[in-house]
Write a protein that binds this ligand. Sequence first.
Ligand SMILES: Cc1cc2nc3c(=O)[nH]c(=O)nc-3n(C[C@H](O)[C@H](O)[C@H](O)COP(=O)(O)OP(=O)(O)OC[C@H]3O[C@@H](n4cnc5c(N)ncnc54)[C@H](O)[C@@H]3O)c2cc1C
Length: 397
Amino acid sequence: MFDTPELAAFRAQVRAFVRAELPDDVRATVRAGRQLAREQYERWHARLAARGYLVPHWPVEAGGQGWGAAQRLVFDEEMCTNDAPELNSITFDMIGPVLIRYGDAAQKAAFLPAIAAGTQWWCQGYSEPNAGSDLASLKTRAERRGDRYVVNGSKIWTSGAQYADWMFCLVRTDAEAKAQEGISFLLIDMKTPGITVRPIRGIHGWEVFNEVFLDDVAVPAANLVGQENRGWTVAKSLLEFERLKLARVGENKRRMARAREIGMRATADGATLFDQSWFRKRFAALEVRLLALEANAARFVERAAHGEPVGAEVSMLKLRGSQLIQLWEQLAVDALGAAALAFDPAALHGDGGADALGLPELAATASSRRFLSRGYTIAGGSSEIQHNIIAKQVLGL
Ligand SMILES: Cc1cc2nc3c(=O)[nH]c(=O)nc-3n(C[C@H](O)[C@H](O)[C@H](O)COP(=O)(O)OP(=O)(O)OC[C@H]3O[C@@H](n4cnc5c(N)ncnc54)[C@H](O)[C@@H]3O)c2cc1C
């Protein structure tokens, strides 16, 4: 929508790359809505890294390409609509940029090259059983003993912890200080003794989340990012890096394409779903919402391009983008009808086969995808929290 001639040329370049380089089995797995193996991600990471496309939004001096917001949105859109997997935002968009901004020289040297090569995986240890939206009430303790911290507590909903090499973690280092002032930001090697990872299988059948228990985990003091008790500032900056991407325009387009595919398949009497008014109306209504989302995202991209702050109203992108994804997934389930009810968790594994995209295959994972999409309105700040931000900071209510 916001393509200038330069961006259109860039888009063509990215599209050619992803169509030529994305491994067939990875594409098939993504198209079939199945869970990818770490090995599949790593093969794709290697190809992206070789082309300079794995961390292109990082500054050039840190190993990136210094891309701005518009290039990133175009890139994400082309990746999504050509069935490339969503990359691990926690690794590439969160901890990488945090270390670039707040890490000391030793931390940058130790971690950035491996992250940029796509070989080191991270997870985010923020949430706890009683600290989610109200994150500042977290209780996991880190006690300084000589040249190390000793960490005790537990984290929950830690995405990808079962595959992660490292975790960046918020810990309480001063129990007496005001909630946000006694928190520190630590980098923890997941192989350290005392760490137990327990996967949580979701209603969608995917093992996305984990509980992470930390019992007397010794962490070198050199792994503290920024100053002790000043971790809240570092923690908050993660959100800043990601705010525009949270519109998820590309992810929505991917879902629209899938809904269109389903709608075009012949039904029993030879007509397509697009011949039925209920489907046509719902599809059109969602497409219009997507156009509006894209237009709004373009406004924020413009602001960012002119060096203006995007402001708290960017919360509307997260709100609308995450809600729309759920509406597309719901449309797919409704369109597939009873076939989508028979959910077999085994259907989530395997590479999907190069042509595993008949209606039965789409139906086998449709319910799972719908449940998975519920997480989008919770992760990264729930819809209610986004409403609060808009009410207080934008509307002044
Ligand atoms: C897909 C997904 C991935 C995640 N990955 C990670 C991860 O990798 N690492 C990590 O640390 N965490 C992760 N989380 C956890 C996520 O950050 C929390 O779920 C989120 O912050 C909400 O916290 P909670 O689940 O404790 O719910 P709560 O904060 O207990 O909220 C419960 C309900 O109350 C509402 N509510 C809470 N406070 C208010 C308020 N002030 N005003 C109005 N309504 C309110 C919420 O909107 C929600 O509906 C992930 C979550 C999801 C869904």
